[in-house]
Design a protein around this ligand. Structure first.
Ligand code: CP
Ligand code: NVA
Length: 328
């Protein structure tokens, strides 16, 4: 398995088999344990990695940097390149491929990360585009593995909120591939793309997973093992906040929603950052304009014992390390 991942890109989990995803998660567990024991690795010794960012980030950038340093690589953070301004994407990819052994990209278009992979000649990792967030889903499934005492094939994951964003898409794909029952709990206007759903339904049939799209909270939540939400407006969509509040307010993760699972072991997940209080500029703006103190999750649930969001954030680093070590 290790050799089949060498030289590969991670542009979307659509390109990975369930077996390959399992392998990356097991590898991440090993690397996490190694780090806990204080052992330093050298798998990426002598490698140079560039982190190309069009959008803001805390976790993804830091996860790539720390993971690279832990395994001996050098890192360049690039957020003001010539790419697309005075130099084409193709030429930029060519140049970066001459300097670096691997490229991480976070930005808007999925086509950009695909073009970087096509023209650079080195492994490219998607650190979030408008369509997918594959490294996030790896961290999410590692967190589920750690906190839910069942195999993936027996778990039920409910994603409540904007069902067609990058995080929802990647969770849908990972669930289908790993055999997990996935529920997109969303208003009809924000359901996942039917083409993606149809493609994943074929895979789900083979793995035994079920993929359900519903707007009914009671039906969705019954016997859920994990409930997941994300912000109501993704990066670049902030102007749509008023419309999203109208559509998504009923899907806020709160105590009433959790109770509908009838599962005292249910866990709460969120990719972060989250709007659960007024301690952010955006949260303040929404409060002043629309009177909401919390958005996709209540402060109570966010800091409750069922919330595993900070384990999930930590797992970004261990899973990204596994991805880089396996593909370089
Ligand atoms: N979850 C996530 O991708 O976080 P950042 O935007 O901080 O990288
Ligand atoms: N859907 C969110 C995820 C942030 C990590 C966004 O794209 O902004």
């Amino acid at each position: 398995m290790a050799s089949s991942l060498k030289g590969r890109n991670l542009l979307t989990l659509r390109d990975y088999t369930g077996e390959e995803i399992h392998y990356l998660l097991t590898y991440a567990e090993e690397l996490k344990e190694k780090k806990k024991q204080g052992m330093i690795g050298n798998t990426l010794q002598g490698k140079n990695i560039v982190l190309l960012f069009e959008k803001t980030s805390t976790r993804t950038r830091c996860a790539f940097e720390v993971a690279a340093y832990d395994e001996g690589a050098n890192v360049t953070f690039l957020s003001n390149s010539q790419m697309g301004k005075k130099e084409s994407l193709r030429d930029t990819a060519n140049v970066l491929g001459r300097f670096y052994d691997g490229i991480e990209f976070r930005g808007f278009k999925q086509e950009t990360v695909e073009a970087l992979a096509k023209y650079s000649g080195v492994p490219v990792w998607n650190g979030l585009t408008d369509l997918y967030h594959p490294t996030q889903a790896l961290a999410d499934f590692l967190t589920m593995k750690e906190h839910i005492d069942k195999p993936f094939e027996e778990m039920k994951l409910v994603y409540s909120g904007d069902g067609r964003n990058n995080v929802a898409n990647s969770l849908l794909i990972a669930s289908a591939k790993l055999g997990t029952d996935f529920v997109a709990l969303s208003p009809p206007e924000l359901m996942p793309d039917p083409i993606l759903v149809e493609e994943m339904q074929k895979i789900a049939k083979q793995t035994g997973s079920t993929l359900t799209l519903t707007s009914d909270i009671t039906e969705a939540m019954l016997h859920a093992d994990a409930v997941y939400t994300d912000i109501w407006v993704s990066m670049g969509e902030e102007a749509q906040i008023e419309e999203r509040i109208k559509l998504l307010a009923p899907y806020q993760v709160n105590g009433d929603m959790l109770a509908k699972a009838k599962n005292e072991h249910i866990i709460f997940l969120h990719c972060l950052p989250a709007f659960h209080d007024l301690n952010t500029e955006f949260g303040q703006m929404v409060y002043e304009k629309f009177g909401l103190k919390e958005m996709e999750v209540t402060d109570e649930v966010f800091y409750s014992s069922c919330s595993k969001v900070f384990d999930q954030a930590e797992n970004r680093m261990h899973t990204i390390k596994a991805v880089m070590c396996a593909t370089l």
